[in-house]
Design a protein. Structure first.
Lengths: 66, 215
């Protein structure tokens, strides 16, 4: 259940220099689902995983430029 | 407590603070923005209302709107408390760290954000602030029906941010207000978080905010 989604959430949550609460809220809004709270009980739907990957990369790369 | 709020309001009011042709207000060593409160209100409430169509995202929207308040507190309140104007007008009255809270709320009361008052301050632990005529709640009530939940997102983050500046960081020591310092303060496991307990937008007579440390 949601193994890849959980991994994406953890990656965003633990990004160096991030603000976990803010970063996860942004992830949720970009994806349109409360991934940070529900990833563990959601299926790894390929479309959703791809969307979450894109959002995570955006959030993490923005942090890299700061 | 040595803070003379009326004296601060009168002094700041005489500084001639006003916006320039670019919509900026150069004051306190900062560039404040001069724009209609309704502008900020309407984009905030539109975002909140849009997210309310997806109930599972409501908390995330509120988190980000309050984060704007954290940033405002850090840069605006922090910048003010490091400014020459603060040194000239407020600092002579400061005797304790708690006085900085009262001094800052006095300055806020020159901005037209509503009438802020410290109802309770437990040093290093808790701040309770009331706001009469909050521009956020007033704007909400003018444009929308009575709300089911509090709407003063910026003030909620601002109250928490003020406590973080003083008791997680230490603005009294004049730190550089850098991105790294922001993250140090607002990532702290002992940081303050704000809650709006009463709000005019839901029918309360005034707005009341509590900032306390993360449990």
């Amino acid at each position: 259940m949601g193994v890849r989604l959980v991994e994406i959430v953890e990656r965003v949550k633990n990004r160096p220099g991030g603000l976990p609460g803010v970063d996860l809220a942004r992830l949720n809004l970009k994806v349109g689902k409360a991934l940070s709270r529900l990833a563990a009980v959601m299926a790894d739907d390929p479309v959703l995983v791809a969307c979450a990957e894109r959002a995570a990369k955006e959030i993490i790369s923005e942090g890299d430029t700061q | 407590m040595a803070i003379d709020e009326q004296k601060i309001i009168e002094a700041v009011s005489q500084l001639g603070i006003s916006g320039n042709e670019e919509g900026l207000i150069p004051a306190f060593g900062l560039y404040l923005t001069q724009h209609m409160a309704d502008y900020y209100n309407r984009i905030s409430f539109a975002m909140a209302h849009r997210l309310e169509r997806t109930p599972e995202l409501i908390d995330d929207g509120q988190t980000l709107l309050m984060e704007a308040g954290h940033g405002c507190a850090f840069h605006t309140f922090g910048g003010i408390m490091k400014s020459a104007e603060w040194d000239a007008v407020v600092r002579p009255m400061l005797q304790t760290k708690e006085d900085w809270v009262y001094g800052m709320t006095a300055v806020v009361n020159t901005f037209g954000w509503g009438r802020w008052a410290v109802r309770d301050l437990v040093p290093g632990q808790r701040l309770v602030v009331t706001v009469q005529d909050s521009y956020e709640a007033a704007g909400y009530l003018r444009d929308y029906p009575r709300s089911a939940s509090p709407r003063c997102y910026l003030a909620t983050g601002g109250v928490a941010g003020l406590m973080n500046l003083l008791y997680v960081g230490d603005i009294t020591q004049g730190p550089e207000l850098s991105d790294a310092y922001y993250k140090q303060v607002f990532r702290s496991p002992s940081r303050f978080v704000g809650t709006e307990v009463l709000c005019r937008a839901v029918g309360d007579p005034l707005c009341l905010f509590i900032a306390q440390r993360l449990p």
